[in-house]
Write a protein that binds this ligand. Structure first.
Ligand SMILES: C[S@@+](CC[C@H](N)C(=O)[O-])C[C@H]1O[C@@H](n2cnc3c(N)ncnc32)[C@H](O)[C@@H]1O
Length: 211
């Protein structure tokens, strides 16, 4: 059963003013993050897992989990046969929990939006759940995710929807497609992911092939 204070913890993250504040709030939230998420936002994980399993071969490795948090991606997908997840996140508190989850071979504190400390084409897949949103990772991080993904590999990205004026996600991903950096192969463009939050949050899930 989730703690009724979860809404306050969500609001503190949503209201965080800059990357340092976001990092501090997630460090504080880390111990109760998984328990809180039993009570809300489940449809984002469900739709993400559906899209991921539809497109990613089970032997694809390694897989970059961008904004890994406590490692819900690896722990949910490893029973489906996926392995070799590498998690990156701003918050060391969240990564410390991910590090003990099934599926992860490494976690690193890195900020999406900065240059990532990986060689070109290091990953078969780059994926992200709930980390691209206002105040969180921004559209400027797409180029680095593309750089570290192998040519022909996949990017499975959940992006907050319904706030294009703030994020510019759609404009940038369309521009990257026009520039020939990636090609859209599937998407659930816009659905209510967190009906429990007021106003409800929306996400899209977009699957790209790296060109
Ligand atoms: C809503 S949580 C999602 C965590 C995890 N992917 C999940 O589905 O449970 C957002 C995560 O993004 C991280 N984050 C926010 N902005 C970031 C950035 N610019 N670079 C890296 N991580 C970031 C936060 O620290 C937090 O762990």
């Amino acid at each position: 059963m989730s703690d009724p204070d979860w809404k306050n913890r969500v609001n503190r993250v949503v209201d965080a003013s800059d990357a340092d504040a976001v990092r501090r709030e997630y460090d504080d939230w880390a111990p109760s993050y998984d328990a809180d998420h039993l009570g809300f936002g489940g449809s984002l994980l469900t739709h993400f897992v559906g899209m991921f399993c539809r497109h990613v071969p089970r032997d694809a490795a390694p897989i970059l989990d961008a904004g890994a948090g406590t490692g819900r991606m690896g722990s949910t997908l490893s029973p489906h046969g996926y392995d070799n997840f590498v998690g990156i996140d701003l918050s060391q508190g969240m990564l410390d929990i991910a590090n003990d989850k099934p599926g992860y071979i490494a976690v690193h504190k890195m900020r999406l939006g900065d240059r990532l400390d990986f060689e070109n084409e290091s990953f078969a897949v780059a994926a992200s759940i709930a980390s691209f949103a206002p105040g969180h990772a921004g559209r400027e991080a797409f180029d680095e995710l593309i750089r570290v993904t192998k040519r022909g590999g996949l990017l499975v990205l959940s992006l907050r929807a319904g706030c294009e004026a703030e994020t510019g996600f759609d404009a940038r991903r369309n521009e990257l497609e026009r520039l020939g950096h990636w090609a859209l192969i599937d998407e659930l463009p816009d659905f209510v992911s967190h009906p429990e939050v007021d106003p409800p949050l929306r996400y899209g899930i977009h699957v790209y092939r790296r060109l």
